[in-house]
Ligand binder design. Structure first.
Ligand SMILES: [Zn+2]
Length: 344
């Protein structure tokens, strides 16, 4: 079904509703990417919030990040959603401020113009009237406003070099980009089953990661788990991540019509945690506090300090405390406060 994209207005966006989640709409937009959203939430947004969400969606598309489902608030049970649920307040908090603005713009530019030494132009318009890469590179939802002062600021800081009407990312700029993608990475990779029963856990993990000053990236690898592209993506997300959270919860086993077994222990989590460890990353282990999950953990990881969590009275707890707090404290103790907290 064709219907305009609710954020950029692109008219040829592919629109649909899944039978499993009738309250959210699915969109595949050539400008903003693929996402799900609650039409009720969108109807309550201010113009500014709507513009910011559009820019943030476009940046996710640019950086190849996972597909999300935008909701007003994320309920503990989010059965039927295929994409990663996120509430609008958390999503809008990705809007950069202070020194983070400069870093985030540089990162966007490095994705837009990945070849070092090549010049580019800050185009003010594009043929189809929608794509103005410089606009989301500069996080300006108002595409008609010239961002010359920001560009000048980048030149003065030695990160961009003007070359006539074109610009170039300087060596200093690339060094900063490398640092942002490497040691000072602001992302955490979450290795876990993508199963409806773990949606509440996934939301709480993201909250804890955000409180510690990092950004959580999970890939929805449920449908395409063994696809080469996805494995490349997983490897690159782990390489870019500051640390990894690996959850060893087992989900009930079931057999598909074609005889393949679903559920049980997830081999991918062992692979991702092992790969991250081999790359010298910190890996924080979690597991649901149920006998099946605990007993099925491989001997090799049973000795490692693990946060056991459980759902009690609609809340996620670990050793009787809020799980979010426990996990956030563990992150800060293991890898320190994240770069996203430094401006606060
Ligand atoms: Zn769009």
């Amino acid at each position: 079904m064709d219907k305009a994209c609710p954020f950029c207005g692109e008219e040829k966006a592919d629109h649909g509703i899944r039978a499993s989640a009738p309250n959210v709409s699915y969109v595949k937009c050539s400008v903003c990417g693929e996402f799900e959203y609650s039409p009720r939430m969108v109807s309550k947004l201010t113009d500014e919030q709507r513009s910011k969400i559009r820019v943030l969606l476009q940046i996710r598309k640019l950086r190849g990040l996972g597909r999300i489902c935008l909701l007003d608030t994320v309920p503990l049970k989010t059965k039927g959603l295929c994409f990663d649920p996120v509430d609008k307040v958390s999503f809008l908090s990705n809007w950069p401020s202070g020194s983070r603005f400069v870093d985030e713009v540089l990162l966007n530019l490095s994705f837009l113009y990945p070849a070092p030494g090549k010049t580019f132009k800050f185009e003010t318009d594009a043929a189809n009237g929608h794509i103005r890469p410089w606009a989301y590179a500069l996080y300006d939802p108002d595409v008609n406003r010239a961002q010359l002062s920001s560009i000048r600021m980048f030149c003065e800081a030695g990160l961009l070099h003007p070359d006539g009407s074109h610009y170039l990312i300087t060596d200093q700029g690339w060094k900063r980009i490398e640092a942002l993608r490497g040691d000072e990475s602001s992302t955490a990779f979450v290795a876990m089953w993508f199963d409806d029963s773990l949606d509440a856990f996934k939301c709480e993990v993201k909250k804890a990661v955000a409180l510690a000053g990092y950004r959580a990236e999970c890939l929805t690898v449920d449908e395409v788990e063994h696809n080469d592209y996805i494995m490349d993506k997983v490897i690159s997300l782990i390489n870019d991540a500051r640390f990894v959270i690996a959850d060893f919860t087992c989900v009930p086993e079931s057999q598909d019509k074609d005889g393949s077994v679903k559920g049980g222990s997830r081999g991918g989590v062992y692979f991702e945690a092992g790969y991250a460890k081999g790359r010298g990353k910190d890996v924080i282990l979690t597991c649901r506090n149920d006998d099946d999950s605990k007993n099925r953990r491989h001997f090799d990881i049973q000795q490692i300090n693990t946060i056991f969590w459980e759902e009690k009275d609609g809340e996620l707890k670990a050793s009787g405390q809020p799980f979010v707090e426990i996990l956030k404290n563990r992150i800060v103790a293991s890898v320190g406060e994240g770069p996203l907290n430094r401006d606060l």
